[in-house]
Ligand binder design. Structure first.
Ligand code: UDP
Ligand code: MN
Length: 377
């Protein structure tokens, strides 16, 4: 303490302690900011969204150009406040300031979600059809979430009550589309996804699509539901509670939750329409992705300590019996990559309804009688 010779002896230890605390605080803060920056580097900082098309038809083209330029000059700017006075809405920040992180999902919480009121969600700004866009900034991502569905009412309720607030915290411009299969035939997950894609594009142009099982819930809102870069569809659900206790799934696992740019999904001709019953459609989508030389991305996969941000919890249900015919369809399916899919999609739309929390499309689908495909029902 040579530099403070006049201090009384009793004060000196106090000074040492406070200096130590100061150093510790500084070190801790430094680590925290490094950590949250690391959190941000996957996908939120994806530069390719600048090349993606318009995300909001209500903004005039000339205005969009000027806003885009402004943001690309200063990509890590502080969260912006909308400039209400001019008619131009600023792009939302790269990392949403509304994220809360880990949501602490539990059985009790999902049970409580089932009883939550729809009014509260509508007040948050959800428009009929489960359509939302942030009020105070222009989202960088216009996403259609497509959910294949039949007879899982409880799951759907929990899914909607949980996902809407989470997607809003990510400041996305999004819609939730539930495609329900009528009861006449075996469930066909792939075909329902194709229908969701088709029906969404008939309504509006979406930059990208997230194909989402109704029973999977992301446990942290740091799991990006943003648009994947073109050429890089994203496997989102590769760390799941009931899959080996969150051990990352095999590289070729492509079920659960997957995200595609609209262009990539079109390029691979969507899912096959030929898988009736459980299994196979996701494996064949993976083959299609590989066939077109697209790269499957997994969020934070190169950063093992951050994989916890992309964990999923499953809502429980009776395990479906796998369809034994799927292996044959999978084996000989590659000859039909170009025909079987979006290009030969046929379905009967029984109803289309904009419900308060989702767009509800009910369809009747049947195996094509004029095409020779293995009998897999
Ligand atoms: N699904 C549905 N009703 C069914 C079968 C499947 O709604 O009778 C949908 C639902 O979105 C579900 C997804 O298809 O999450 C995948 O099916 P399932 O959960 O049976 O497959 P898992 O991946 O659990 O084996
Ligand atoms: Mn399931």
């Amino acid at each position: 303490m040579a530099c403070v010779p006049n201090l009384p002896a009793a004060v000196r230890p106090l000074l040492v302690i406070s200096t130590f605390v100061l150093i510790l605080t500084f070190w801790f803060n430094l680590n925290l900011s490094t950590y949250s920056f690391t959190n941000a580097i996957f996908d939120y900082a994806n530069p390719s969204f600048h090349q993606l098309e318009s995300v909001d038809e209500t903004v005039a083209t000339s205005q969009k150009t000027s806003v885009d330029k402004e943001v690309s000059d200063d990509e890590f700017a502080e969260p912006s406040v909308a400039r209400q006075s001019s008619n131009v809405m600023q792009l939302c920040p790269l990392v949403s300031p509304k994220l809360v992180g880990w949501t602490n999902l539990s059985l009790a919480k999902t049970t409580a979600l089932r009883k939550e009121s729809v009014t509260k969600l509508i007040e948050a700004g959800i428009k009929p059809g489960g359509r939302y866009q942030p009020k105070d900034c222009q989202s960088r991502h216009k996403v259609a979430i497509v959910v294949p569905y039949r007879n899982r009412k409880d799951h759907l309720t929990v899914f909607l009550h949980y996902m809407h607030p989470l997607l809003q915290r990510q400041q996305l411009n999004y819609v939730v589309i539930v495609v329900e299969q009528s009861s006449r035939s075996a469930f066909n997950r792939g075909m329902l996804m194709n229908i969701g894609f088709n029906e969404a594009q008939l309504q509006e142009e979406f930059q990208c699509f997230i194909f989402h099982d109704v029973d999977l819930l992301p446990e942290d809102d740091g799991n990006p539901y943003t648009c994947p870069e073109e050429g890089k569809p994203r496997q989102m659900s590769f760390s799941i509670d009931n899959w080996n206790n969150y051990k990352p799934t095999a590289a070729n696992h492509f079920g659960g939750v997957t995200a595609f740019s609209a262009k990539d999904f079109q390029k691979v001709n969507g899912y096959s329409n030929s898988f009736w019953g459980w299994g196979g459609e996701d494996d064949q989508l993976y083959q299609r992705v590989k066939f077109h030389n697209l790269t499957v991305a997994r969020a934070y996969a190169g950063q093992p300590s951050l994989v916890r941000l992309v964990r999923y919890k499953t809502l429980s249900h009776k395990k479906a019996k796998p369809n034994p015919g799927r292996k044959l369809v999978l084996k000989e399916g590659s000859v039909r990559f170009q025909s079987d899919g979006l290009k030969d999609l046929r379905y009967k739309r029984l109803s289309f309804e904009r419900k308060p929390l989702y767009t509800h499309i009910v369809v009747d689908i049947q195996p094509y009688s004029d095409r020779k495909i293995p009998n897999v029902l």
